[in-house]
Design a binder for this molecule. Structure first.
Ligand code: FAS
Ligand code: PHB
Length: 394
């Protein structure tokens, strides 16, 4: 079978938020790019994931003409509640301490908005591409190969952006003697449901001896709730009744009394891990988003980190093509990793603060409780958590 050859400037592996946002920004700047995505468009758009945007992500969407629906349907948040069983709840007021707000707007909506913008611009997105492989990434003529509808393709390019998530092939294209990984796998997961009932006014992160719970939202008639569960659990172990009973037992009384329950329209369990791969670049390959790092969702950083990676990577590629300077591109990994580790650190601390760890001891429980008490008593700690939660500047 003859191989069909194609050429572009930047080949993007993966059509999730990172890949689609990168292709949008590059195309805005006249840089030719092609997204090669394994799944169908419908499959990508069916994923239910993140729900809260940092101030920097909101600004990035605004800067690139992607905020009209977000400003119409999203909910501006001046902060979120954090609670601990038997103690006073605390409102992380990001506007008071940083002057910045966040936005409750689902990743599903963002991906829809990105697909709509790319299709309007006749952007090149190849869905249902299989056997995607990266070649000669450490040369000045890298290329992809893939299969699509029975045909074999070879896509020549100047650069490859690996935006293919935690399980994609891009990270694996970096030689194992060069790639370093740092990982923490947590002994529990998050069982999440979606229900077509009015959400609480604000997000509530709750620690209870029975486990963590989180109240969030997608729109005025769509609630998103989570409870910590053993990693060995399956969705079948959790009827709606059991879920609501557990959630109401874990939320503080003033929040639980406002919860409107109803049938779940989606239910899934996400494992929690902290993961970083270094470096985030090798030759002409640049990793962005979950392809390079994973955070536990306790800090609402996953999607937001993908966006800051794309901010740095697009800046580097645009500089290289427009002014033939390569400083930003050469520094991409070092620059992105500073913000990655800051988000990993915050997400790890928030996860330690808010979850029941099966193998914890009396000393660690005292430290966990004192970390919460410091939030109630110390303005320095209140300023710090607000600054990290709203998102460090890009
Ligand atoms: P993605 O994984 O979103 O996208 C990667 C894309 O690459 C996918 O479309 C995939 O199909 C494609 N791909 C994979 N292999 C390929 C191949 N071989 N060839 C071509 N394409 C390939 N973050 C939060 O901030 N808050 C949350 O509550 C939250 N909840 C989450 C729940 C779950 C179950 C998961 C998995 C993640 C969650 N996240 C959350 C993190 C999530 O939002 C990610 O950070 C975000 O999707 C990152 O976007 P991408 O880097 O684009 O990766
Ligand atoms: C969500 O709405 O899915 C969400 C919000 C904040 C988090 C995690 C998940 O920290």
């Amino acid at each position: 079978m003859a191989v069909k050859t194609m050429k572009t400037q930047v080949a993007i592996v993966g059509g999730g938020p990172a890949g689609m946002m990168l292709s949008h920004i590059l195309s805005e700047n006249g840089i030719d790019c092609i997204v090669v995505e394994r799944q169908s468009k419908d499959y990508v758009l069916s994923r239910i994931r993140a729900g809260l945007l940092e101030a920097g992500s909101v600004q990035l969407l605004r800067d690139h003409g992607l905020s009209e629906r977000m400003d119409r349907e999203g909910k501006v948040k001046r902060g979120s509640w954090i609670a601990r069983q038997g103690m006073e709840s605390y409102f992380i007021d990001t506007v008071k301490w940083t002057g910045q707000s966040m936005m409750a707007y689902g990743q599903t909506n963002i991906t829809e908005d990105l697909y709509e913008a790319r299709e309007k611009a006749a952007g090149a997105i190849i869905n249902e591409a299989t056997d995607v492989a990266l070649h000669d990434v450490n040369s000045d003529a890298p290329y992809l190969t893939f299969e699509k509808s029975g045909d074999s393709y070879r896509l020549a390019c100047d650069y490859i952006a690996g935006c293919d998530g935690f399980h994609g092939p891009s990270r694996k294209a970096i030689p194992s003697d060069i790639l370093q990984v740092f990982e923490r796998v947590y002994p529990f997961g998050w069982l999440g449901i979606m229900a077509e009932v009015p959400p609480l006014p604000d997000l509530v992160y709750a620690y209870h001896e029975r486990g963590f719970a989180l109240a969030s939202q997608r729109n005025p008639m769509l609630s998103r709730y989570y409870v910590q569960c053993p990693i060995s659990d399956s969705v079948e172990d959790w009827s709606d009744d059991r879920f609501w009973e557990e959630l109401l037992a874990r939320l503080p009384e003033e929040a639980a009394s406002q919860v409107v329950t109803g049938p779940s329209i989606e239910k899934s369990i996400a494992p929690l891990r902290s993961f970083v791969a270094e470096p985030m670049q090798y030759g002409r390959l640049f990793l962005a988003g979950d392809a390079a790092h994973i955070v536990p969702p306790t800090g609402a950083k996953g999607l937001n980190l993908a966006f800051s990676d794309v901010f740095y990577l697009s800046r580097g590629l645009i500089e290289t093509y427009k002014s033939n300077q390569t400083q930003y591109l050469e520094d991409y990994s070092n620059t992105a990793l500073k913000r990655v580790w800051a988000s990993e650190n915050f997400s790890w601390r928030m996860t330690q603060l808010m979850h029941v760890f099966p193998d914890t001891d009396a000393f660690e429980e005292k430290i966990q409780r004192n970390n919460y008490e410091l939030l109630l008593s110390s303005e320095a700690h209140q300023r710090a958590i607000a600054t990290e939660y709203v998102g460090l500047p890009f």
